[in-house]
Design a protein around this ligand. Structure first.
Ligand SMILES: [Zn+2]
Length: 332
């Protein structure tokens, strides 16, 4: 009879042992499942992070594309305005009668011109040849960058036009002669580049212009006949611009604006922007006059120049300097 409780106890103990074993096994399985779930959660987090990064990148690219397209729209709009202005200007020029020289005679027959030496020689416009020609122009130099610009141009047998400024550039006057000697056109931009000062009146402009003209003649012996308005011919008020243009044309000077902008006037413009701004738009312009700058600090322009020269050369362009035979690009 004593065997019965013993057997019952043994059975209970065995049952308990089995339960413990079973529970232990279950715990182990649950632990493994838990680890697997943690690994999957971690992987999902990583995937989510990667997707977020991709989404951010795509959003940034989309925004950049939108900004670029907005810029292109603005550029096209500016071009349309320029074309309209040039068309109107050509129409008004063709209907203009002969202009009289206001300084030839006064009432008493004397010459009243306060700038009697400030005249440029005349020339006839050349015929259109159908060649692919690009007119690269560099404003605001000479500077320490000019020497490197000249070397790069030489590598491509490229001729260009330099619209120079005197004030703050006196230390680089030696490059003026190099510009001429290496076959480029030396043209004038202004003495001071101070809009407020030079566009105050026609006389203020002439006073400033005489100073830069004298500087260039003294340094090189070359007498320039081309100029570019600082900021373009749209910068002065209509009244002052009209007076300046009439006066300068009377004196034989021709001005050039531009129809391809590198955008390098802004310090935010990157080397890549400059290359794209020029290379992506130049093909749409029959006589491209490209605005660039070789003034102090325009390192992005210098960095872009080799690629611009290479790309345009490969596209069949020849680089020539401006002169009075080139059909002028004028906003007014
Ligand atoms: Zn300028």
């Amino acid at each position: 009879m004593k065997k019965l409780p013993f057997i019952a106890t043994l059975v209970c103990a065995l049952a308990l042992l089995c339960c413990c074993g079973f529970l232990g096994f279950q715990c182990q399985t649950l632990d493994k499942n838990c680890q697997t779930l943690q690994t999957q959660a971690s992987q999902l987090k990583k995937d989510n992070s990667a997707l977020n990064t991709k989404l951010t990148d795509s959003t940034t690219k989309l925004e950049e594309t939108e900004t670029y397209l907005e810029g292109q729209k603005q550029y096209i709009s500016e071009l349309s305005e320029q074309i309209t202005a040039i068309t109107q200007n050509n129409a008004s020029q063709s209907t203009d009668s002969e202009k009289e020289d206001p300084y030839v005679t006064d009432e008493d027959g004397s010459n009243t011109d306060p700038y009697p030496t400030l005249y440029a020689a005349d020339a006839e416009p050349e015929n259109a040849t159908g060649e692919k020609i690009a007119y690269l122009t560099f404003d605001d130099g000479p500077s320490k960058l000019t020497s490197q610009v000249l070397d790069l141009l030489d590598q491509y047998n490229a001729k260009a036009t330099f619209f120079v400024v005197c004030k703050n550039n006196e230390a680089y006057a030696e490059y003026l002669s190099q510009i001429v000697e290496r076959g480029h056109t030396l043209a004038l931009h202004s003495y001071s580049h101070d809009y407020h000062q030079i566009y105050a009146s026609k006389d203020a402009f002439l006073e400033d212009y005489q100073k830069v003209y004298d500087w260039v003649v003294e340094q090189t012996g070359y007498t320039p006949s081309l100029f570019r308005f600082p900021g373009g011919s749209n910068s002065p008020s209509s009244y002052v611009a009209k007076e300046i243009i009439e006066e300068m044309e009377q004196r034989g000077f021709t001005y050039f604006d531009w129809n391809v902008s590198s955008g390098d006037g802004s310090s935010l413009t990157t080397t890549e922007n400059i290359i794209d701004n020029i290379c992506d738009t130049i093909g749409n312009i029959p006589t491209p006059v490209v605005l660039m700058h070789d003034g102090s600090g325009r390192n992005a322009t210098l960095a872009a120049l080799p690629t611009v020269l290479k790309n345009l050369s490969e596209a069949g362009y020849e680089f020539r300097s401006l002169d009075k035979t080139v059909p002028p690009v004028k906003y007014r």
